[in-house]
Each structure stands twice: as C-alpha cells, then as structure tokens.
Write a protein that binds this ligand. Structure first.
Ligand code: WQD
Length: 347
C-alpha cells in the first residue's frame, strides 16, 4: 500500500516525505515543480536512505492522475499541492481558484473512482475570521480575507460535502499556523521563489546578506512591543503531525479539522532577537507601515490535535531559528543552480 503525496517536493511536503519514509511508509510524489525543485526529493532520499518515485505532472490533468492510480496501490493521499502566496492571490485570484480548486476536484474524483477515501488536506489558519478571540479553536468562526485563504475554506467545504455524500471517506483538515525551521541535516528547507513574503525566510536572507534589511510591518499593534504576534511551529513538528493525521484517517471515518501550531505567540521583534541569537548575525530592520490584511495577533488552541492525534509541537523557538540558519547558511541559493536534477518521471 502506497501513500500519494501531492506537492511533495515543496517545503512542508518534502519534510513530510522524510517523516513518512522514516515511519516505514511507501510513498509516491506528484509535483509540477512550479514552486519547488526536484533536488529537494533527491535530498529526501539521501536523508532517509529510501527510494520512491516522483512524477512531474499537473494535478488538473485527470488522464495523468489516473495513470498514477492505475500504477500504484494507493491507500491514502496527503494533498499539499497548491499556490500559497497571499499577496499573489489578491492580484491574481482566478489563477488561485483555477489551480487550487480544480486540482483538488480532479484529485478527489480520481480517488473516488479508484476507491481511495483517506485524505489529509493541507489547510491553513487563514480560514479563521480575523475578528475571532485568541487562542483560535477549531470551532472558531471562519472568514478568510484573501483569495488564497478562501480557496482553503472552499476546499474544506467541498471535502465536507464529499463526506456527506459518501460516509466512507475519512478526511483530516490540517490548519497550519506559521511553519518555519528546517530538517536538522540542513539539507532541505524553505526555498521561496523571488522575494520572500514570509517573515522567517526574509530574516534568514538578511542574515546571509542576500537582502539589506527587514521591513517590520507596523509597530503600533496592541501587542507587547507593538509588532505582530504569530504562532510559529517547527516544520518537522508539522511533518510529524501529518503522519499522526494519516494514522487517524486510516483508522476512522468522518471529517475533522485540527490546528497545527504551538499555542504560543511571538512578536516580530522577538523573532528578530531569537534569530540574531541563533545565527550570531545582526538583523538590521526598519519599522514601516502595517501590511494590508495583517491581523495583530494569531495563535492556536492546540488541545484537539493533542487529544485526538496524540500530537503536540516539541521544538522551541531557539531550535526553529537554529535549524533555519543551518539550512540558509549551507544553501544560500536554496536548491537553485543544482545541476544533477532528480530523475523525475513524466507521462
Ligand atoms: C508574520 C508576521 C507580518 C514579513 C502567512 C500566510 C498564512 C501562512 C503563513 C500558508 C506578521 C510580519 C512579515 C516581513 C514583517 N501560509 N512580517 N515583515 O502573514 O502570519 O501568514 O504565512 O498557509 O496563510 O498568510 O506570515 O510570515 O507573512 O508574517 O514584519 O517582511 O511578520 O506583519 O506580523 P502570516 P508572515
């Protein structure tokens, strides 16, 4: 029995492949490499000493997706694939709706056709309403405020409707808070295309000298030091959470949402200080205006994942910063300019 990982070459996907292989699962990866690199998969094999196949394909191509289901005895699916940049989704909403929704619909239609009904879906804390009280629980009111977050909300609703039409489905909706960090080997990590949207990759590129200074988006929020507070979670903890969710969907029916965070919030300036300590590098920054769409504070109530998945984050902020720095220092250009690209199959 094989686990199908869509978007498995990406940041969270590649770290999850490592944990699945370490746990003894057989996997097969689908990725169109629009926001990832085959090199990450080569390094997953290097880290784990285990082999697997990967296919360069667009999930919206039903003919190709069906060929994978024909070829492999798939037991469950972990679905990461999708565009994920908030700002880009605001400027190009149709690309987000077409890609994220259509790829999920084709995937679920193919799963249904081949009798595969176990699914772990990569959702996001952006589905929650920004007016909600903290900490955010899974029963908190939903209300995404950008097209990216709305695709995640819509997909959650589609998955609830699929289950309501066929109660043999078993689905876990994993709502990530702020994933950061990297595998302890420093061989895989976050490798954003172009200028990083998110805080931690921006800070690490300032530390390595690729960017001159950090813009702190506002210091007039009602928080301890006026800067935004978020729930940062180590990507390896997050990956382990996917293994736990996979075991859950393989042993029960129904649709359940789970927050994957630490339950702790850190401000932007606390993150800068923590990274300076971990890297020994000074992070120059300038206070600028608030970023449209940002909320002051966002952190999780993580009791449901602890109770039902037997999962909780183990790695603290120092380890998140130390692991991020090791990856960035060893890979100043990420996976780019790597010549021996992984042998990726195509149909
Ligand atoms: C964190 C804090 C910024 C950059 C986003 C997505 C969310 C999820 C995680 C996928 C905020 C501040 C940031 C910078 C800054 N991704 N900041 N200068 O916005 O909480 O969440 O990534 O699921 O969907 O929305 O993360 O890292 O962009 O921002 O001051 O250059 O850092 O204002 O307070 P965010 P972020």
């Amino acid at each position: 029995m094989t686990i199908l990982i869509t978007g498995g070459a990406g940041y969270i996907g590649s770290h999850t492949c490592v944990e699945l292989l370490k746990a003894g699962f057989d996997i097969v990866v689908l990725d169109n490499f629009s926001n990832s690199h085959p090199e990450s998969l080569r390094r997953v094999k290097e880290i784990t000493g285990r082999d697997f196949n990967a296919y360069d394909l667009d999930l919206r191509n039903k003919c190709h997706v069906e060929k994978v289901f024909e070829k492999y005895n798939i037991k469950s699916v972990i679905h990461f694939a999708g565009h994920k940049a908030v700002g880009e989704s605001v400027s190009n909403p149709l690309m987000y709706y077409r890609n994220n929704l259509m790829s999920t619909i084709v995937l679920c239609e193919t799963m249904k056709k081949y009798g595969v009904r176990n699914l772990v879906f990569s959702s996001s804390a952006t589905v929650y309403s920004q007016k909600a009280d903290m900490p955010l629980g899974e029963d908190t009111g939903l209300g995404a405020v950008n097209p990216y977050g709305r695709t995640k909300y819509m997909i959650e609703e589609i998955l609830f409707d699929i289950y309501n039409s066929d109660p043999y489905w078993s689905i876990a909706l994993l709502r990530y808070f702020n994933p950061i960090g990297a595998h302890e080997s420093g061989r895989i990590g976050e490798d954003p295309n172009g200028l990083p949207n998110n805080l931690m990759p921006f800070i690490s590129q300032v530390a390595i000298g690729k960017l001159p200074e950090l813009q702190v988006y506002g210091n007039d929020y009602p928080t301890k030091d006026g800067t935004g507070v978020r729930d940062y979670v180590h990507v390896v903890d997050l990956a382990i959470g996917h293994v736990k969710a996979l075991l859950k969907v393989q042993s029960s029916k129904g649709v359940e949402a789970y927050n994957l965070g630490t339950g702790n919030g850190y401000s932007v300036l606390e993150m800068v200080e923590a990274f300076e300590k971990a890297s020994g590098k000074k992070i120059p920054y300038k206070i600028s205006g608030r970023r449209p769409g940002d909320s002051p504070v966002c952190y999780a109530n993580v009791s449901k994942a602890k109770k039902e998945l037997n999962w909780e984050a183990k790695r603290g902020l120092e380890e998140m910063c130390r692991d991020t720095w090791r990856w960035q220092k060893n890979n100043p250009n990420g996976y780019k300019k790597v010549l021996n690209a992984e042998s990726i199959k195509v149909f």
